[in-house]
Design a protein. Structure first.
Length: 388
């Protein structure tokens, strides 16, 4: 791992305070499961990565999301929303709204199409990101569009319309396991007095889960294998199902199907950390000032959704999803009106979204529905649902 950039004074203070808090918890109660450790590193009030006020998204943060990269992504999402809203009516609810860029671009595209939702709800646990969203939306949207945006703190009851979850599930805390003598053990985080270290212990529930995964993928995982799984998918989908009358859910995230997730080539798992646009795999450092994330097991995601009353409508690469929704045709029309410099920049941004070695095949999109039969054109060609 390359040397990390030096911390700022604010980052150092947050890191020290969170380390002290986590260490005290372990000293008092013993090792904590990795899911608890990850949750507290990301969401500990005032100190966790997503709630401590430090820059996160964009050139001054640690990573860049698809909406920040290009408006092409939002225009495709808007096209898909338009098809659903024509059937369900109602609103849009976006989980984890980032800087607010996706909301802005989707609303502008839907206005041009004459298909505005009644309201655009934003739900984000990060107070500083909510503030950033409010500032950007007030600055860039005309009043008649900005007035449609509402911030909520929980699932919207009696909701009809479209739910957007862009890079949401990769931030869900995961449990880790390691295989020892043919049996999966749960992985925890311990404190040795000076640093955090991993420990492992037998756990019947984790062993049963991994055994079921091995049966599902028709292969045994070797000793020393380390990976992760998310145990909070079902509660999230159940809460959404309880609040949703009818509509569709669009999920976009980096990940893959289960058989591709748990392979011998991924013997160290998919967990990784982002700090100032650098990537490494040590989650036991930089507490509170680095993002911790893992790939999404879209098979587990689909199982959780369908068990809570949703129908799987499609599963595709980001590239195929966008191409099915006319991204290339729109781009070709748009660049004809640009000068050479702007044309080059716009084409480069679109390539980052579509090329396989960039985001095109590393990011996947899944569509779900409840109580409607939507026309989801984003999955009309190349649907990969058979893999889930």
């Amino acid at each position: 791992m390359h040397a990390l950039p030096e911390f700022t004074e604010d980052q150092s203070q947050i890191n020290r305070d969170l380390v002290q808090l986590l260490a005290a918890r372990i000293e008092q109660q013993g090792p904590m499961r990795f899911s608890e450790y990850m949750h507290r590193c990301l969401y500990e009030p005032g100190l966790g990565y997503y709630v401590n006020g430090l820059s996160k998204i964009g050139v001054d943060g640690d990573f860049i999301t698809a909406p920040e990269m290009s408006g092409d992504f939002a225009r495709c999402v808007a096209n898909q929303c338009q098809e659903v809203l024509a059937l369900s009516g109602g609103d849009i609810l976006e989980f984890g709204g980032g800087t607010g860029r996706l909301a802005i671009d989707v609303l502008q595209a839907l206005e041009l199409a004459g298909a505005l939702p009644d309201r655009y709800f934003l739900l984000d646990v990060s107070g500083d990101l909510q503030h950033a969203q409010q500032q950007l939306i007030a600055a860039e949207l005309p009043v008649h569009l900005a007035d449609r945006v509402q911030w909520v703190g929980n699932f919207v009851q009696d909701f009809s319309g479209v739910v957007l979850a862009n890079e949401l599930f990769d931030a869900f805390p995961v449990d880790q396991f390691t295989v020892q003598e043919g049996v999966a053990h749960v992985r925890s985080v311990d404190w040795n007095g000076s640093e955090f270290v991993y420990s492992s212990a037998a756990d019947a529930n984790v062993a049963a889960y991994v055994s079921a995964v091995e049966k599902n993928i028709s292969q045994r995982l070797p000793d020393g294998y380390v990976s992760e799984f998310c145990s909070v998918l079902h509660p999230w989908w159940q809460s959404l199902s309880d609040s949703l009358i009818c509509g569709a859910v669009l999920v976009c995230d980096y990940g893959c199907d289960r058989a591709s997730y748990y392979t011998h080539a991924r013997s160290s798992g998919t967990l990784r950390c982002f700090f100032r646009h650098g990537v490494h795999d040590n989650a036991l450092i930089c507490q509170g000032i680095q993002d911790i994330t893992a790939d999404v097991d879209f098979t587990a995601l689909a199982e959780a959704a369908t068990s809570c009353g949703f129908d799987l409508e499609g599963y595709n690469t980001l590239a195929q999803f966008m191409l099915s929704l006319g991204a290339l045709d729109r781009h070709n029309d748009a660049v004809q009106k640009m000068d050479e410099v702007d044309r080059y920049k716009a084409t480069g941004k679109l390539k980052q979204l579509l090329l396989p070695e960039e985001m095109g095949e590393r990011f996947m999109v899944a569509g779900f529905s409840k109580n409607i039969v939507p026309a989801l054109r984003g999955f009309s060609t190349g649907d990969l649902s058979r893999l889930l």
